[in-house]
Write a protein that binds this ligand. Structure first.
Ligand SMILES: [Cu+2]
Length: 282
């Protein structure tokens, strides 16, 4: 570096500040996430935004040093020999080490631990509505146990806005996973056990207008995995009750009225038989 060392440092520093400002402007000024429609998802998006804000200066530093070095120390033509050996710089190494460890520890605590605790509180919330979802290669069966309504491979899943909904998930065959992009959270649906995820939809919406409103299987489960999704429609309470009453009466295309009501408790005996008997479209 020699006498130009100070000038190189200042130039790299200025470049770092400019790249950081541009990056933060892009991160804060744009929303690259899908529609957010649940209260629990706010926690997720908040964590994502914070991680982006923290990561911009780190990435900007790497890029600033890289860009500056590439331009400043470029060799014309084909180099005849290796560049000068790089000597260790203890001060730089130490600073880099402690800043990295400090940042990692900070993120581990917040939003890491604090976010998990917040979501855990949400998951323990008393639900207004329970929805049992059973993954079947390759569709979802839906049961509203409090209303005695069971829908086999329904054309859509309708949910009430503002209600805290606990989804109880299981599977009859392989591992599937619950994921509604607009709600953010994911949970596995595993044969022989019931996993739960609690979600409070805060916005109405439907798959026709926004494909973030779909219950998409998020665990590779076979050749039909990509098509294993169920359009979701979030409506107000009155409309939900109206839909539920209609759904319970049947008949709607591809869905059934009252079933045995024992689905969703894992691999109940006779699930296979029910499917054969009731399901007319497979
Ligand atoms: Cu799948």
């Amino acid at each position: 570096m020699g006498g130009d060392g100070r000038r190189d440092l200042v130039a790299t520093g200025v470049l770092w500040v400019i790249l950081t400002a541009l990056g933060e402007w892009a991160v804060l000024g744009t929303n690259m996430l899908p529609t957010l429609a649940s209260r629990q998802g706010e926690e997720v998006d908040g964590a994502f935004r914070l991680l982006m804000i923290y990561s911009v200066p780190v990435m900007a530093f790497v890029l600033a040093v890289l860009f500056y070095s590439v331009i400043r120390w470029r060799v014309e033509g084909r180099p005849e020999e290796d560049g000068p050996p790089l000597a260790d710089h203890r001060g730089f190494s130490r600073t880099w080490f402690f800043v990295s460890v400090g940042l990692a520890a900070l993120l581990f605590i917040h939003p890491g631990v604090t976010g998990l605790l917040a979501l855990e509180r949400e998951m323990k919330e008393e639900p207004d509505l329970v929805v049992e979802l059973t993954g079947v290669q390759w569709h979802w069966d839906v049961n509203f146990p409090e209303h005695g309504v069971t829908l086999e491979n329904p054309p859509e899943l309708v949910l009430p806005v503002g209600s805290t909904i606990r989804f109880d998930l299981t599977s009859t065959d392989v591992i599937h996973a619950f994921w509604v992009p607009a709600f953010r959270l994911k949970q596995d649906a595993i044969p022989g056990q019931t996993n739960s995820v609690t979600i409070t939809p805060l916005e109405t919406g439907s798959y026709e207008e926004d494909d973030a409103f779909r219950l998409q299987c998020a665990e590779l489960c076979g050749t039909g995995h990509a098509r294993m999704f169920l359009p979701v429609r979030v409506v107000d309470q009155a409309e939900f009750e109206e839909w539920l009453a209609g759904a319970g009466m049947g008949p709607m295309e591809g869905m059934e009225g009252m079933d045995m009501g024992d689905r969703g408790d894992g691999m109940g005996m006779g699930d296979e038989g029910d499917g054969m008997k009731m399901g007319d479209e497979g």
